[in-house]
Ligand binder design. Sequence first.
Ligand code: CA
Length: 374
Amino acid sequence: MTKNKETKPLGRRDLLKGAAVGGVAAAASTAFPAPAISQGTMEWRMVTTWPKNFPGLGTGAELLAQMIGQMSDGRLNITVYGGGEIVPAFESIDAVGSGTVEMGHGAPYYWKGKVPATQFLASIPFGLTAQEQNAWFQFAGGQELADEAYSELNCKFFPSGNTGVQMGGWFNKEINSLEDYKGLKMRIPGLGGEVVAAAGATVVNLPGGEIPPALAQGTLDATEWVGPYNDLAFGLYQNAQYYYYPGWHEPAIVLDNFINLDAWNDLTPDLQAIIMAANTAVNQMVLSEFTARNNDSLQVLLDDHGVDVRPFPDDVLIGLGGLAKTVVAEIAAQDPLSTKVYDRIRAFREKALNWMTFSEQAYLRARALGPSWS
Ligand code: CA
């Protein structure tokens, strides 16, 4: 595809599309108006890594498409496809980068095999919260660094949803000390998996659908998934004794909207602004949905299913935190872009640790000291 950054004519991609059907349009122009072309209507396809309308994640992608269509008054229409409908879920980034489709929705760590730095953009064990991640992307250079990483995939990046703090996971063995991770068979992907492997666990990677039977049969001793909303829907409480918290391994997973870089550069500035604004809104709305649904689902797990919810002991968290620092730093040191991204997040985390001590953390403690309002 050719680039034409300097002129950015109105509806350039439509002109290209128009050129493809130009013969027909020209022949028919006297008999029929060509509203789609004259009004600059574009039809884009969005591939996703999620099953169609998967709660919180797939629904976020749908919301993004809807908002862009409405905000552009139909000038940019986006049709959403579930994982596997056009390409396999984890090939979504290739489909977008190569221009097979224009847009995708997933999570940055799915692309770590192609650009390792992307995994640090998704989440880091004992790393940033959702609030801190958004601050980093919007006001501390994170967007620019993410764009640098995604440009290697020929994509433009936007944060496009966030799960917030996840749960530690479902266990059939008690975790009383770091020693209890030795030999533990646990499904836990990504950097968190590297940390528990360093603690002596056997990390198993299974697709979501295989988790419940593996827990039931004892093939797994433990698994993490997301949080109360998705875990309840999955019925994980049926096959596990303990539900540990917090999700130190995934304090906030960023979802990504990735756009073919040529298609992005060809957009008029108003459509670029609409896509940015829609992503900013969806980023917040997905997080809000997780917060609201997790509130309700936790209550159901406790009241209706009698789930045994337990905190990880402090000694375990201290031990895992120490391992995480070493393990994550080693992985970040393996390529220059990962080092750069990790160093910038690390510097931001240090400042956030200070401010949050006096703000969110202090307030949450203060609120918990008082009576419930029930
Ligand atoms: Ca998870």
